[in-house]
Design a protein around this ligand. Structure first.
Ligand SMILES: [Zn+2]
Length: 464
């Protein structure tokens, strides 16, 4: 058996791992490399395996860094099954159509900047390619073995990361011997609201594990709720606005769920809340459709509250006009809007109208990369630049950590501890992390593995 790391190796995006046996070629995830265009575009345009020769793709979850290049793969000739959970298929269908739209806009922008002598600019893929992907999805239920022929069996386990996310367990017949490979996808957190905890797995020959936050410990959900309550109520007293930039998938739904809980507990001041992101609103509809697949806390809440993603005073904004009207509204109120790093989307307009006034608050709840508007806000600069104009930053900036959907060092210690109790693993490959957390995780899990864990580089292959 051979495993080749074709993405998310030494970095956090572009998840793609190829598994080859004497009879099969299976790709785990087909994510998009995300970041600076000049660097990522060539990496996204070229596949380092032949898409026509792949038997199948197994998709761990719908985040774009795991699913985002499936339309590219289909465009390059792949037409086999894509195995995933039903919720992942529902979410990925929407996310990939949205991503195709971004590719089209991005190509138009590049075409405008191109010289006459440059080759013609084409989008990475089209909305039609995204629709073709949706036709290839084959649903696999969590916790049940699925036979993919005489020589491959597949089982998904709860990953606890976002709705539909799965840990992948594969049994492959290679050279007459069955081998077991486990891929964590993105591992979620224990005791986090909405989703079931990550499921421990049995002894396996190989583990491929993510490591995004392998070197840190997150605050607990209870700390997050207390912080939300404090920040929103303080802003209400000042009659200000609270602007919360949030990722459309996962983060927004978790935030709404926590606010709903605070309301149910009578622990939150009555401030109107607006969700202003068309994509987040549609994704919340999908979350609502899958409420019966969520954890015990949701089941318990549903006994006295028929919708955990709605409460009195919450409005999901759909039209542009309603969004613009918020700029004229007087406070207090809360706006939750995308994009999560304030690089584009409606949140940029809300920030433009809010940052200069001292009664307002910007609440940062996610990682903000270098070079983004979100980063300028986190650093509390005197001025921030929005759409090429300088604005004084007089609003309060509050950073609330702890809403991350990724396992922290304690979660990894627990999950690998359970694996060790179940017999441990032969080899471990640590992916989907920058150098420091990847190395920290490799060290943390050494005792669980027969061989020293490896942090592979892009393109590296291992015969096992
Ligand atoms: Zn993810």
């Amino acid at each position: 058996m051979r495993i080749t790391f074709l993405g998310a190796a030494g970095e956090v995006t572009g998840s793609q791992h190829l598994i080859e046996t004497d009879s099969r070629r299976i790709l785990l995830d087909c994510g998009l490399f995300q970041g600076h265009d000049e660097e990522c575009l060539p990496k996204n345009q070229k596949f380092h395996c032949n898409p026509r020769k792949l038997d199948a793709v197994i998709l761990s979850h719908a985040h774009i860094d795991h699913s985002g290049n499936l339309p590219g793969l289909v465009r390059a000739g792949f037409d086999g099954p894509i195995y995933c959970t039903r919720a992942t298929a529902d979410i990925a269908g929407l996310m990939l159509r949205d991503s195709a739209k971004i590719q089209r806009e991005d190509a138009a922008y590049r075409a405008k900047k191109a010289k006459d002598s440059d080759p013609p600019v084409v989008p990475l893929y089209s909305e039609d390619d995204a629709k073709r992907v949706a036709k290839l999805f084959e649903y696999v239920a969590i916790g049940e073995w699925e036979t993919l022929g005489d020589d491959v069996r597949l089982k998904f386990h709860h990953a606890g990361h976002i709705l539909g996310s799965a840990i992948v367990e594969l049994e492959l017949l290679d050279d007459g011997i069955w081998k077991r490979v486990v891929f964590t996808g993105d591992l979620g957190r224990r005791n986090k609201p909405l989703l079931f905890d990550p499921t421990p797995v049995d002894r396996c020959d190989v583990v491929i594990t993510e490591s995004t936050y392998g070197d840190r410990v997150h605050p607990t959900p209870a700390d997050v709720k207390a912080a939300l309550q404090r920040v929103i109520c303080e802003a209400a007293e000042k009659k200000g606005r609270v602007i919360i930039p949030a990722f459309s998938l996962g983060r927004t739904q978790l935030l709404v769920f926590l606010l709903n809980e605070l309301r149910n507990e009578n622990a939150m001041c009555r401030v109107p809340v607006f969700i202003d992101s068309p994509l987040a609103t549609r994704l919340t509809d999908i979350y609502r459709d899958h409420q019966d697949e969520m954890d015990e806390e949701v089941t318990e809440t549903l006994k006295h509250d028929d919708d955990v993603f709605n409460f009195d005073g919450l409005t999901y904004i759909r039209s542009q006009d309603e969004s613009v009207a918020l700029n004229k509204r007087s406070g207090p109120f809360v706006v939750i809007s995308a994009s999560g790093m304030c690089t584009n989307g409606r949140v940029v307009h809300h920030l433009k109208h809010a940052v200069s006034r001292p009664e307002n608050t910007v609440m940062i709840i996610g990682f903000q990369a270098q070079g983004t508007l979100g980063r300028q806000l986190v650093e509390r600069r005197k001025h921030v630049s929005i759409h090429g104009r300088r604005y004084e930053l007089n609003a309060t900036v509050e950073t609330v950590n702890g809403l991350s959907a990724h396992a922290d060092a304690e979660d990894f210690r627990w999950w690998f501890g359970e694996l060790q109790k179940n017999g441990g693993c032969g080899h471990a490959f640590v992916v989907h992390g920058e150098e420091k957390p990847a190395k920290a995780l490799a060290e943390l899990i050494t005792d669980c593995c027969d061989h020293d864990p490896i942090v592979p580089q892009f393109g590296e292959s291992f015969e096992l």
